[in-house]
Every structure is written in structure tokens, then in C-alpha cells.
Design a protein around this ligand. Structure first.
Ligand code: HH2
Length: 451
């Protein structure tokens, strides 16, 4: 039997212009280059092109994986910059960096015209602090290029009615929907909860503590806490003395599986993330974050079917970031679709996972492959089939992964075992799992191994 690879999160490639950034193996560092007179911490320092280019090269030598160039301060009370002025600030710097840096350059702007010009000058990432929701042209500007996009949560005032993270996630889902509608492929998106934007210091601390929850959206996660006022408030320190406070937040983010941190102090923060990764990624620390309850449907109709189910559960449970909590009874069911094949054994398991939905899917496929599944025909026989039925409350529509499972409500062989574990859960059509299982009752399968 092929052993499974042991990494908790499968590394993925983030295509951005001519670059492919590998996310998921280590925490990437985005170095901040503000070509502004008034940014809250480095305003005025890199206004001339030569000084800016010098600083960017220095940050790359210090270990930066991306350089983020901004021409308008977003700090509260900053003077808005006309488009032409913003372009005049960033374009010469971006052009010089795109031609000379070995890493992608990103442009920090929420204006489509600035983004378009920056992409033409060689930027490979658009970093939009309004998550494609301020300038209606922005999503199309990104789609027309091969760039990646960081969509950040933001709002004018910290007026949250309900759960903070739920509202942030709803905003980011809307950003992702706008990106998709405009034709930006899903694998080019990065999400950011917007530390310091439309949030009180207390909100920023909560976002930091609950950062791992964003992984459920299925996109790489970025956090930008560098030298921000929340750190100043907690430590009662001015902007020039927030290095250690930033380091603490960066370490907490990396320990929860953040993929990218946006920072000013690249040399120091590269050390912080390398050290944190050596503990957290290498030893599955962020796999011990609270995690999400997910439900997986298993089916087998070849070989020793019961042994296959048992082995699949064992392999899934042996994955860092997946803990098997409960199993349903095992049911023997007639095959659906292709007839004339042996009957199935089906089971549903409840897991707690810190893997993102795509990583959980990758793991399910790896388990299928390890148990010798050969995909020939859609409904054909298989040693094992592992489907994600629910992943927390997420609704997702990524290539190859729709959640909740789109055919859940039609299948007695899934609903009956699922109803043992999750009778009250409501299906996308509005029906309770237990009611749907009872509705399909006539074809209800028999339990062969009771729990
Ligand atoms: N923070 C700032 C600017 N851009 N982009 C993302 N994706 N996430 C952030 O948290 C973020 C951002 C603000 O920081 P800074 O650039 O240092 O200051 P200013 O806006 O004053 O230029």
C-alpha cells in the first residue's frame, strides 16, 4: 500500500504574473514599500525612486518574498490622493522593480485605473484594501491580467451587528464572488481580514486570535499587523517601538497557518516566521487550533469492503489536522447508476479539522489513491470513495469542490448514516437531514455494523 505523504497542508501554487508563489509550505513575507509622504510609519522615506528601489532590493536580500508598493496612505485621516498623483508615485518604482527583482511586485491600491497602469508596468499582484468592492472596475482590471489579488476586509466604521469573524467572512465571500464573476480564477485569490481597518483594537485582537477560522474559506490568508496602532495601544508605545509587538502578532498568525504576513521590518520578521514555522508547521501546531467540524461520506464495493472503510478512517485520522470524532453505523446499499456491480458498504464520519477545504479534499483523494482506487467510470466500482459532505457552515464553489455536497439531498446511502450523526442539520433545500433520510426511507439501507 502506498504510504501517504505526511504534510498537513498540501502546498499550492499562487500564480501571479510570470511568478508562481508556493503557499502552504512556509509563511511568506511581503515587504512594505510606501512611496507616500504621509504613511503612518514609513511616510516620506522612499519618495524618490532611487531610495525606494534600494529599499526594495534590501528587503529581498533580507528574505522578502513579495514587495508591496503603495502610493496612498490608508491610515485614518490620511489625505486622499488623486489617481494621477498616485500613478506618478508608484509607476516608476514598480517599473524599475519589475525589471530588476527576483520576486513579484504588488500594488497596494483600490483604484482600477491605478491597478491597470501598475499591471502594465509589471506588477504581478493587486492588493485591494476594499476587497474589489470600492471601485466597480477593479475585478475586471485584475481579470484582464494574469495577476493575483489580495482581497482585504474593510468597512467605514466598526459597527458589527453579529459575530465579527462571520461578518468578515461574508464580506470576503462577496469579494471572491465578484472576482469569479469577472473571470479571475479562484487560485489567484488571497484573503485578508484587514487588521486595523474598520475595527476597534479589541476587534483586531479578536481577528488575530481567530485567524485560523479564515482558512475555511479555502484561500491563502494574509495578515498585515505591522507597527499598527492596536499594538501601540496594548503596549503603550509609539510607532517606532512596535517591533516586538509586531513580532508577537506575526508569530501568532504564522502559528495559525497564515500564508503571508505584510511587514515593514523584513529582516526581523523573516526570523520570526522561520522560527515559528519550525515549530508550528513542522510539528502541526496550527493543527491544534479549534478547527471545524466536517462530515465525510465513505463508500466501498470492491475487495474487503469493511477493511477498506476501516483503513480509510485510520488514514484520515492519522493526518495532522484531522481528528475523527464519531462514526455512523455501516450500511449495505445497492449501487446507484451503474448496475451489475457489487453492493456498497457506506458510512459517514465526523471529523474536526484545521485543514482548508481544498487540503481536506486533497487528503481524501490521497486516501482513495492509497487504497488503490482507480477512477474509470463515474458511478463505477471502487475500493473506497471519500466525499466531503459538509465543512462547517461553509458554502463553497471551487473548481472540483462544491460544499455542501451538491447531491447530498438525493442519496439515501449518505443521508441515512448522516442522520445518525447530524439529524438536525438543514440541507441547502431547507429540509432537515433526518426528514430527508426518512423521506427516502423506502430505499433505506440496512445497517450491517451498528454503532
Ligand atoms: N495595511 C495597510 C495598507 N495596506 N494591505 C493589506 N492587504 N493588508 C493590510 O493590513 C494593509 C494593507 C496599512 O499599513 P501601511 O501601508 O503601513 O500604512 P499606510 O496605509 O499609512 O501607508
Amino acid at each position: 500500500m502506498t504510504p501517504l505523504p505526511s504534510a498537513a497542508a498540501a502546498p499550492r501554487l499562487l500564480p501571479c504574473g510570470r511568478f508562481r508563489l508556493e503557499v502552504g509550505r512556509r509563511t511568506l513575507v511581503m515587504g512594505i514599500l510606501n512611496v507616500t509622504p504621509d504613511s503612518f510609519s514609513d511616510g516620506g522615506r522612499y519618495l524618490d525612486v532611487e531610495a525606494a528601489v534600494r529599499r526594495a532590493h534590501e528587503m529581498v536580500e533580507e528574505g522578502a518574498d513579495i514587495i508591496d508598493v503603495g502610493g496612498e496612505s490608508t491610515r485614518p485621516g490620511a489625505v486622499p490622493v488623486p489617481e494621477e498623483e498616485e500613478k506618478a508615485r508608484v509607476l516608476p518604482v514598480i517599473a524599475a522593480l519589475a525589471a530588476s527583482l527576483p520576486v513579484p511586485v504588488s500594488v497596494d491600491t483600490y483604484k482600477a485605473a491605478v491597478a491597470r497602469a501598475a499591471l502594465a508596468a509589471g506588477a504581478a499582484i493587486v492588493n485591494d484594501v476594499w476587497g474589489l468592492q470600492r471601485d466597480p472596475e477593479m475585478a475586471a482590471a485584475v481579470a484582464a491580467s494574469g495577476a493575483a489579488v489580495v482581497v482585504m476586509h474593510n468597512r467605514p466604521a466598526p459597527d458589527y451587528a453579529g459575530d465579527l469573524m462571520a461578518e468578515i467572512k461574508a464580506f470576503l465571500r462577496e469579494s471572491a464572488a465578484r472576482a469569479r464573476a469577472a473571470g479571475v480564477p479562484d487560485d489567484r485569490l488571497v484573503v485578508d481580514p484587514g487588521f486595523g481597518f474598520g475595527k476597534t483594537p479589541e476587534h483586531n485582537l479578536e481577528v488575530t486570535a481567530r485567524l485560523s477560522e479564515l482558512r475555511g474559506l479555502g484561500y491563502p490568508v494574509l495578515l498585515g499587523p505591522s507597527r499598527k496602532s492596536t499594538i501601540g495601544k496594548v503596549l503603550d508605545l509609539p510607532v517606532g517601538e512596535r517591533l516586538e509587538g509586531t513580532a508577537a502578532v506575526v508569530a501568532l498568525a504564522a502559528a495559525q497557518g497564515a500564508d503571508i504576513v505584510r511587514v515593514h521590518d523584513v529582516r526581523a520578521m523573516v526570523r520570526v516566521v522561520r522560527m515559528t514555522d519550525a515549530v508550528a508547521r513542522a510539528h502541526g501546531l496550527f493543527c491544534r487550533c479549534p478547527g471545524v467540524l466536517a462530515y465525510l461520506g465513505l463508500g466501498a464495493n470492491l475487495g474487503d469492503r469493511e477493511a477498506n472503510l476501516r483503513e480509510a478512517v485510520r488514514l484520515l485520522g492519522g493526518t495532522p489536522g484531522i481528528e475523527v470524532l464519531r462514526r455512523s453505523s455501516v450500511y449495505e446499499t445497492a449501487p446507484v447508476g451503474v448496475t451489475g456491480q457489487p453492493p456498497f458498504l457506506n458510512q459517514v464520519i465526523e471529523v474536526r479539522t484545521t485543514l482548508t477545504p481544498p487540503d481536506l479534499l486533497a487528503r481524501a483523494l490521497a486516501v482513495e489513491a492509497a487504497l488503490g482506487r482507480v477512477r474509470r467510470e463515474r458511478w463505477g466500482p471502487r475500493t473506497i470513495d471519500v466525499d466531503i459532505l459538509f465543512y462547517g457552515d461553509e458554502t463553497l464553489d471551487l473548481p472540483g469542490l462544491t460544499l455542501p455536497h451538491p447531491r447530498l439531498g438525493e442519496r439515501a446511502f449518505v443521508l441515512v448514516p448522516l442522520a445518525e450523526l447530524l439529524p438536525e442539520r438543514v440541507l441547502p433545500g431547507g429540509e432537515r437531514v433526518a426528514d430527508a433520510a426518512a423521506r427516502l426511507g423506502r430505499e433505506a439501507p440496512e445497517a450491517v455494523v451498528r454503532r
